[in-house]
Design a protein around this ligand. Structure first.
Ligand SMILES: N[C@@H](CCC(=O)NCCCC(=O)O)C(=O)O
Length: 253
């Protein structure tokens, strides 16, 4: 059987003075090394309806990005300081998340992706997490060495008996941290799956989802080949995508 198709989100970027749509290769590579075929959903000025792609896909990966979710989408003010923004991405990913869940397709959301998941379902974000009383600074110092920027840096506590515990076990997990924003008001349809020691929500699942539906604030894609927890998350997602593909094949028979 051909590998399951996994939709991977993109960002609106500028490259060689032109508008491009793209995503870091680490996300595409993590999907591929997990045995699935990544298919990038482009972000352009005209909002694309993902339905034709979701009709043949077996999963969706919503990637991280330096850009921030546009604050009016969760009732906050779009100040210049709270940017950069990527409204074209927001217009693409929020409906994509809701449609993926409606169809019961596997969904993995990473960093900006978990923030989009929370906003798509009605939650809100802290724009500057490090300025919130009692919270740590979850940013990674900007540096050209990606392995240093995405180095594993702090423990998160996995909620006992939850979806993430079924993948990683109940103990602490050592993760990286490359985010300035974080979940504030958690959407009604989400269950907390992991917390940082300062109370920051580090992972959620979609309550009662028909398939794998997990969001993590850290970046398992970066260490998918070498870090057991990172690999386990992508393997569990890929297994869910293979199951979705098999179910679609049986339905079509
Ligand atoms: N912009 C959001 C989400 C952060 C995120 O997805 N980080 C990915 C890596 C960004 C980089 O390459 O620096 C936030 O800041 O919370």
């Amino acid at each position: 059987m051909a590998p399951p198709l996994v939709v991977v989100t993109s960002d609106a970027i500028t490259h060689n003075d032109a508008s491009w749509s793209g995503t870091p290769s680490t996300y595409v590579t993590a999907v591929a090394v997990s045995g699935c075929m990544p298919v990038q959903l482009p972000v352009i000025a005209q909002t694309l309806d993902p339905a034709p792609l979701l009709d043949v896909a077996s999963g969706v990966l919503v990637t991280g990005s330096r850009s921030n979710v546009h604050p009016p989408l969760y009732g906050a003010e779009a100040t210049e300081e709270a940017g950069p923004y990527d409204e074209a991405r927001d217009r693409t990913t929020l409906p994509l998340i809701r449609e993926t869940l409606r169809r019961g397709l596997p969904l993995l959301c990473i960093c900006r992706g978990v923030q989009e998941l929370n906003v798509a379902l009605g939650g809100s974000l802290h724009a500057e997490l490090h300025e919130v009383e009692g919270r740590n600074d979850h940013r990674s110092p900007p540096q050209p060495d990606l392995d240093a920027r995405f180095a594993l840096r702090h423990d998160v506590t996995v909620a006992r008996g939850g979806c993430l515990a079924a993948i990683l076990g109940d103990g602490p997990v050592f993760v990286n941290s490359v985010h300035r924003q974080g979940i504030d008001r958690i959407a009604d349809g989400l269950t907390v799956e992991a917390l940082a020691e300062d109370g920051t929500v580090e992972a959620v699942s979609v309550t009662g989802a028909r398939a794998f539906a997990l969001g993590v604030q850290w970046h398992p894609e970066h260490w998918v080949r070498t870090d057991p927890a990172s690999k386990a998350i992508f393997e569990a997602f890929a297994d869910a995508c293979r199951a979705a593909q098999s179910a679609r094949t049986k339905e079509a028979a």
